[in-house]
Design a protein around this ligand. Structure first.
Ligand code: ZN
Ligand code: ZN
Length: 372
């Protein structure tokens, strides 16, 4: 199992961006290869860990799929963008399985919320926060082969992202913060309406500071104080091998940015597996059919069959009946939680000839006369 990026940087799973940055500087300094006692391999690992953990969406994906990122072993050079060395075969839901849960019948999304530690309650807590970014839902179609192998897909989103100029705060860099003059820092304004029935007071969120009680002396020139800008963003989705059509992958924090640096929404990716011309899936097994001739079924022989991993020779025993099924072990769909892999089941259909030559007819007549 690959080394954990959090361990490499020496921080906890819940470390803030700031803590990660500090830990990175410390570790990078310590292992820098130009220094005496530096260690290039360790330095590379530290950089790799930081590239993932310092990026919100990468970190969220890592938290979900972390254990399969075989980082140190010839991982992508520079940028961490390539996927050459990744191995999906030993997929493991790390934290989730150690939670002792039984996954049968648990829906995919629930598993993920458990990984994120909050369970169902955390989402509702989050949504109460003012200005939280919207969730985004996208559909993603993958091929049957991609489902079996696991795949990384880029999804292009057009969304509200944190403004880079002000880092999402809405204040021009360097601007000082002052108490909102409209609400005097309370975040609320009171409106008094007078009518012949008396006067009513109504409390509402301060329009100037949107309830925060403080405003920047100078608003960010790029986002005009909102903290967000619309932009296109490519997000890489790690689709685990064995996923079923209709399951949803959730990436916390990869949705729309929140206003003024509030928590971002989540991204939900509904995965659809396209139908295959030859294979169908049944649980973890892959099913296919092959036609063989009447004589081959009777006499036995070999046929070439297609599996998801390429063609194979299948031995047909003499006397094979139409509808008989042969099992090719381990060529099925991997279990989503890394618990083994299904088989490939080939159903044999015996083709009875529709037209016969004179010779064939004579041979079959002989066969018939012999009692078959
Ligand atoms: Zn105010
Ligand atoms: Zn801005």
């Amino acid at each position: 199992m690959a080394e954990n990026y959090y361990d490499i940087l020496g921080v906890g799973k819940g470390a803030s961006d700031d803590e990660i940055k500090k830990a990175y500087r410390r570790a990078a300094h310590q292992h820098h290869p130009d220094k005496s006692g530096g260690d290039e391999a360790k330095f590379k690992k530290v950089n790799e860990a930081y590239q993932v953990l310092s990026d919100k969406s990468k970190r969220a994906q890592y938290d979900q799929f972390g254990q399969t990122f075989n980082g140190g072993q010839g991982g992508p050079a520079g940028g961490g963008q390539g996927f050459g060395g990744f191995d999906f075969s030993g997929f493991d839901f790390g934290g989730a399985s150690s939670a002792g849960g039984n996954f049968e019948g648990v829906d995919f999304e629930d598993i993920f919320s458990n990984i994120f530690g909050g369970g169902g309650s955390s989402r509702s807590t989050r949504s109460r926060q003012s200005g939280r970014g919207q969730d985004i839902q996208v559909d993603l179609e993958i091929t049957f082969a991609e489902m079996v192998e696991g795949v990384r897909k880029k999804v292009r989103l057009y969304k509200n992202a944190a403004c880079e100029h002000c880092k999402g705060t809405g204040g021009e860099p360097g601007a000082s913060v002052k108490t909102c003059p409209t609400c005097k820092g309370s975040g609320q304004v009171q409106k008094i309406t007078r009518s012949f029935l008396g006067s009513f007071s109504q409390v509402s969120v301060c329009p100037e500071c949107e309830g925060r009680g403080q405003i920047y002396e100078n608003k960010c020139l790029v986002c005009r104080g909102d903290g967000r800008v619309k932009k296109e963003e490519d997000i890489e989705i790690a689709v685990p091998a064995g996923i079923e059509s209709g399951q949803t992958i959730s990436l916390r924090g990869a949705g729309e940015a929140g206003a003024h640096g509030a928590t971002a929404g989540d991204l939900y990716i509904l995965v659809r597996v396209a139908t295959h011309r030859k294979f169908t899936r049944h649980s973890l097994d892959i099913l296919s059919q092959e036609e063989i001739s009447f004589s081959l079924a009777a006499l036995g022989g070999e046929i070439e069959i297609e599996t998801i991993e390429g063609n194979l020779i299948l031995k047909i025993p003499a006397g094979t009946q139409s509808g008989e099924t042969f099992r090719i072990k381990g060529k099925g769909v991997p279990d989503l939680h890394g618990r083994g892999r299904g088989n490939h089941l080939v159903k044999i259909i015996v083709r009875v000839p529709r037209r016969l030559s004179r010779d064939q007819k004579r041979l079959l007549e002989e066969l018939k006369n012999s009692g078959e």
